[in-house]
Design a protein around this ligand. Structure first.
Ligand SMILES: Cc1cc2nc3c(=O)[nH]c(=O)nc-3n(C[C@H](O)[C@H](O)[C@H](O)COP(=O)(O)O)c2cc1C
Length: 209
């Protein structure tokens, strides 16, 4: 990783694709680094959090949920929740000092909105801001199989400067639990945002090394 000072403020979007576990692991890992997180969750993102993680995984109760699941370290950072309908929120402007953004998971709908610069809600607008300001934008799409339209939308986002980091956990680190898989994805996301981490072991040239 580069030696530059780490950014202090990161935006996180949670949209309505499967993979809420990746979102909460990523959030906890950012907060453990004493970062300020600007959080925006779509309506279906809210639904998927509860569908996949249980009734206690509400957006409003996310910080206690993260601390209960990942430990007190998740309380080191600060979390600001924005309404996805508030296009006047801080992260809607390039003048706001936010070093990067990840949308995890990223639905095909939100992906399409970003690919075509629609800015229909705060999540899409904040992503658009990252692209125009040449800041890091990491998109974690999840869909299978993918249509040609969806593939083309990913190409458009990549051409505009986003990092496409599909929700494709690896198995060479021999995961034993779902949390091991989520750790791997969160680690990939942190790397793409420019942070060091120990969420998965560095590849040494052989499995288990
Ligand atoms: C249980 C459930 C699972 C879903 N999984 C996915 C998914 O993995 N990928 C995807 O692109 N959309 C998925 N969807 C559909 C999106 O939630 C839907 O397109 C929604 O409009 C996305 O809106 P958003 O991008 O504003 O969150 C799922 C919906 C539900 C209810």
């Amino acid at each position: 990783m580069s030696g530059e000072a780490p950014p202090r403020s990161i935006a996180v979007g949670i949209s309505g694709a499967s993979g809420a576990l990746y979102a909460v692991r990523t959030l906890a890992s950012l907060l453990e680094r004493e970062l300020h997180v600007e959080l925006v969750v779509s309506d279906y993102g809210r639904r998927l959090l509860r569908d996949e993680l249980g009734e206690q995984a509400t957006v409003e109760g996310l910080l206690p949920f993260l601390i209960q699941k990942y430990g007190a370290g998740a309380g080191r950072g600060t979390l600001k929740l924005h309404s996805n309908r508030d296009l006047g929120a801080s992260i809607a402007s390039g003048s706001h000092r936010c070093a990067g953004m990840v949308i995890v998971p990223c639905s095909m709908k939100t992906l399409a909105g970003i690919a075509h610069g629609l800015s229909r809600n705060l999540m899409e607008r904040a992503a658009d801001v990252m692209l125009k300001e040449r800041r890091r934008l990491v998109l974690v799409p999840r869909e299978s199989p993918m249509s040609l339209t969806q593939l083309r939308n990913m190409v458009l986002c990549a051409e505009a400067g986003a990092t496409l980091l599909p929700a494709m956990p690896a198995f060479y680190q021999r995961p034993k639990t779902l949390d091991d898989l989520a750790d791997f994805m969160a680690g990939k996301i942190l790397s793409a945002l420019g942070f060091e981490h120990d969420l998965y072991p560095e590849w040494t040239g052989r499995v288990g090394g």
